[in-house]
Design a protein around this ligand. Sequence first.
Ligand SMILES: Cc1cc2nc3c(=O)[nH]c(=O)nc-3n(C[C@H](O)[C@H](O)[C@H](O)COP(=O)(O)OP(=O)(O)OC[C@H]3O[C@@H](n4cnc5c(N)ncnc54)[C@H](O)[C@@H]3O)c2cc1C
Length: 476
Amino acid sequence: MIDVIIVGAGPTGVVLAAELRLHGVDTLVLDREPEPPAHVRALGLHVRSIEILDQRGLLEDFLARGTKHPLGGFFAGITKPLPPGALDTAHGYVLGIPQPVVESLLTAHALRAGAEIRRGARLTGLTQDADGVTAELADGSTLRARHLVGCDGGRSTVRKLLGIPFPGEPSKVDTLLGELELTAPPEEITRIVTEVRRTQLRFGAGPLGDGRYRVVVPADEVAEDRSTPPTLDEFAAQLRATAGTDFGARNPSWLSRFGDATRLAERYRVDRVLLAGDAAHVHPPTGGQGLNLGLQDAVNLGWKLAATVNGWAPPTLLDTYGTERRPVARGVLDNTRAQMQLISTEPGPVAVRELLSELMDFEEVNRHLIGKVVAIDLRYDLGDDHPLVGRRLRDLQLKRSRLYELTRAGRGLLLDQTGALTASRWADRVDHVVDVGEQLAEPAVLLRPDGHVAWAGEDQGALDARLREWFGAPTP
Ligand SMILES: Cc1cc2nc3c(=O)[nH]c(=O)nc-3n(C[C@H](O)[C@H](O)[C@H](O)COP(=O)(O)OP(=O)(O)OC[C@H]3O[C@@H](n4cnc5c(N)ncnc54)[C@H](O)[C@@H]3O)c2cc1C
């Protein structure tokens, strides 16, 4: 029996696979498509995801393939850059990097870690019993695993098979997206795009080089089947309707459409089966958050599911995945709902946008809104009033290394200034680092494998209680 089957080799699925492999969990990823998608959805990564890449030793490869951009300009497209150093992070930038590149780097990481990825394998059915899950594939074969995770996107088969309700709002507007050649002179394209974007923020054209552009334009209706791409004629007609010209559009490399449905799964787990990424939540792409949210789901879930498979998880550990991550997704859904209002062309929302734009001149307001999107302000409610508990710890220069260099193996970490504490009975799960240096403002901090603080203080009894809560029973 396989330990974990992951359905979907998108960014969420492959990150989860790599996280499970850190703990030796036997992991098989299935994807219905024979090849990874070539079309580009996400264009970049936000601060918390960049920090996670650093925590797992992947950042250099991503920096080599991406471009750093200043923070700001992505809350409803309101361009108010934040000064460098305004956010409490060592990575205060947006990393521009197309989704297919992100997926190929993350897939290579999962494969190096020992995950198996099987393409052309579509899940069609599943049943579960006391010992495991049986997955049925389209070719009639079955597979057996102890757990299964649906990372199979917004139309998740796993979610539907589990019968988990997916309440929210259906799409009200569709947008066409494509990469194609525009033969009009570049100056004319820039002039018209700038002019039209004064009132229509769902339109845009960004140059890709060699006369090619990534173009977004509102569709004239909500499609019944969004998996059917628009034709070039349809795309050009929408350009003419929005911008008064189709810019001589031709030779598309791909065309697609997306909606603004906003929905959150009612549960993230039914017994041995879980959901992560778009399978658990969908929302419009405003602010560029979906891929980031899925990646962060995977890092929250990975060590908890691994602990369950490896037999040391406290009984409540796996359920903390849903109790921690559902409220985070709800917050993202709400900020995208707000952003969709703010990019509406109706006079009321336009006036609110003007007002918000003025307010964002106050750095604190700007920081607050950007903090939501880049996901470094979030705090899991771990039932402890200490201001650090539940938050992720930013990278710090410690005496002998950087903090994030100590988190590569995805183990627990006790940072201890006091030198008087011990976690030796959890030494197989938690590393203990003493003499850390003054950058750590607390006497001691216990970090979970996802980089969030589980405890801060100096009392051994309180530390033991938290070690048991997150890392299970001590070794005898
Ligand atoms: C236009 C657009 C722009 C976006 N821009 C951004 C951005 O800038 N930043 C950002 O963070 N996010 C962005 N997003 C969102 C981002 O693309 C998604 O949130 C992200 O791809 C979700 O990853 P996932 O792995 O959860 O799901 P997916 O990427 O959808 O992957 C799901 C996988 O499951 C497979 N699958 C489905 N059903 C089955 C089955 N039955 N059996 C086997 N395999 C199956 C699919 O083939 C697919 O490979 C954007 C989205 C759109 C549409």
